[in-house]
Design a protein around this ligand. Sequence first.
Ligand SMILES: Cc1cc2nc3c(=O)[nH]c(=O)nc-3n(C[C@H](O)[C@H](O)[C@H](O)COP(=O)(O)OP(=O)(O)OC[C@H]3O[C@@H](n4cnc5c(N)ncnc54)[C@H](O)[C@@H]3O)c2cc1C
Length: 489
Amino acid sequence: MNISDLPVAVIGAGPVGLAAAAELLERGLTPLIFEAGPTPAAAVASWGHIRLFSPWQYDVDPAARRLLTAAGWQEPDADTLPTGAELQEGYLQPLAALPAIAGALHTSTRVVAVSRDGLDKTRTGGREGTPFLIRTEDVRGTAAEYRARAVIDASGTWNTPNPLGQAGLPAPGEAEALAAGLITGPLPDVLGRDRARFAGKHVLVVGAGHSAANTLLALTELAEQEPGTRISWAIRSASAAGVYGGGDLDGLPARGALGSRLRNLVQEGRIELHTSFTITGFTTDGTLAVAGKTPAGEKLLEVDLLVPATGFRPDLGMLREIRLDLDPAVEAPRELGPLIDPEFHSCGTVAPHGATMLSHPEQDFYIVGMKSYGRAPTFLMATGYEQVRSIAAALAGDREAADDVQLVLPETGVCSTDLGGSCDAPAGGGAAEASCCGTEPVEPEPASSSCCSAPEPEPASSSCCSAPEPQFLGIPTGLAHGRSAARGN
Ligand SMILES: Cc1cc2nc3c(=O)[nH]c(=O)nc-3n(C[C@H](O)[C@H](O)[C@H](O)COP(=O)(O)OP(=O)(O)OC[C@H]3O[C@@H](n4cnc5c(N)ncnc54)[C@H](O)[C@@H]3O)c2cc1C
């Protein structure tokens, strides 16, 4: 079989993987889509209770819109902010159900390895004309292999949260605590689906970004209704000022109010805050003992459950046999890394980029979507849609269209909306569900760089957690100029 007759493999059926499928179909190419979860967009389903900060107009891929519209789809109101569940039900599920996509989609099928058929990474001769080999596993552990002419890895980062230990490493006992179910997934639905798990428990939230803040506020609401619920909060930095923001002095009243609320809850003793707390180990024995190093010496916190809010990183293991070229710090494609490095960039705006910037030494292999940002927390769906439009054009041989990259994001690129969907201003949803910043920061070390944490009062244009404001998109790290600025260098 000629390699060009093979399909293009798409790993992950999240918003960007499904958009890739739509863009490929429009170009006359055949997608072959693998989704680890039981349904399309399984990761979005996990945070379905969170309200997006991007209104519908930025959440729908243009090629997907055309396919859906042709099938009679009614597009949701452009200015409304959907929850993750609404995004899934109102857009991603109908898209995945289109016959051309449904027929190409393998759910409950995890890609475990990607390589070139018959060639390991060290073999150069004939590499570019050799099909990719994609090895998968289903839920029963049954393996299968597929061949493809190109691979688009849109598998996100949701399943690989950062470890809780110091230095980017899991702390001793962390794996056992996870296996025992004493460390939850990120952003649990404390007031909804996961309520029973949290009611009446002592819960420790770890992290200094807005996911932590939202989980803490939701837990406080739960504690009011469910006696015995106790809340602790551990951060690595010496102060939670970064999460509190500027209070009354904050340029953004709603952010100030959110921060003030959290500060009051801490001051009232309803949340026990442990600052300068570096986790050194876990002991699991029905409950969870969390050992931490603090300036005052070792401390032990005995809790029932721990909620991690420390950011995400890409899973590169399955790409071991692929010739990648990644930024050594951010783990994004090398040229993209410096443009989104949270050390230097505080927001989600990025130069338009597509196939060229996302290419690797491995021809016709691309990492897109959330995973293309590596460890940077500022990815936006609209950015991913342009990535896959360009890649589909490149794979179809339309270099001109591939290089004509355009990203329609407002220039300011900060993430607040004028729709009341920021952290503290419910837009048809409660504050606890209205997270402006699901993509969590890499927890700072010291805690200074957090997506949507706001260490200093900033100009009104650079926050994601604002009162109704002119509309912006993007996810700031909460720092005027990224992490470096916070350190004064
Ligand atoms: C709480 C939250 C709120 C957000 N709000 C916004 C917002 O308002 N606006 C915005 O623009 N962005 C937002 N983002 C950021 C980002 O746009 C979303 O995370 C978006 O879902 C990323 O899409 P994706 O397709 O790249 O990855 P994902 O949505 O993570 O999809 C990846 C898919 O790949 C699957 N998968 C993973 N590994 C494998 C494997 N090995 N084999 C097969 N399948 C696999 C997963 O199950 C998943 O379904 C938010 C993120 C979060 C977490």
